[in-house]
Write a protein that binds this ligand. Structure first.
Ligand code: ZN
Length: 142
């Protein structure tokens, strides 16, 4: 199997079975983020205890890239210390925007989304959930 195929399978799998996606009540929504150029929409909530992200959940709708990106993000951020999460968010957004040469070695599955940087119209699809998470951490004051 070619690496590209493997990555496509990974993105499709997260798109078809998004992890940690769940209908949120209006009261628990911390951030509401849209990407009008594509029609992607995400509402996100997070919980932090003792400097560590205990939970990330979201709902909304979006294309395969935005859905897979949100799913992979939630999977990765849950359990992570806030400082580490903020660093990862910055690195991911930088990579997708093409500001970084290549994915760090510890990026794991997230590297599957690196190819998006070649498609400027899709960059926001991949980064939307990550911006939402960053804002959520800000709102939580952590
Ligand atoms: Zn999109």
């Amino acid at each position: 199997m070619e690496l590209d195929e493997l990555y496509q399978d990974l993105i499709l799998d997260h798109f078809k079975h998004p992890r940690h996606r769940q209908e949120l009540s209006d009261g628990e929504v911390l951030v509401d983020e849209e990407n009008p150029t594509c029609g992607d929409h995400i509402r996100l909530t997070a919980r932090v205890e003792n400097g560590r992200i205990q939970d990330v959940r979201y709902d909304g709708k979006g294309c395969a890239i935005s859905t897979a990106s949100a799913s992979m993000m939630a999977e990765r951020l849950i359990g992570m210390p806030v400082a580490e999460a903020r660093k990862l968010i910055g690195e991911f957004i930088g990579l997708i925007r093409g500001e970084k040469e290549s994915a760090p070695a510890d990026f794991g599955d997230l590297a599957a989304l690196e190819g998006v940087k070649q498609y400027p119209m899709r960059v926001k699809c991949a980064t939307m959930a990550w911006h939402a998470a960053e804002k959520a951490l800000g709102k939580l004051g952590v």
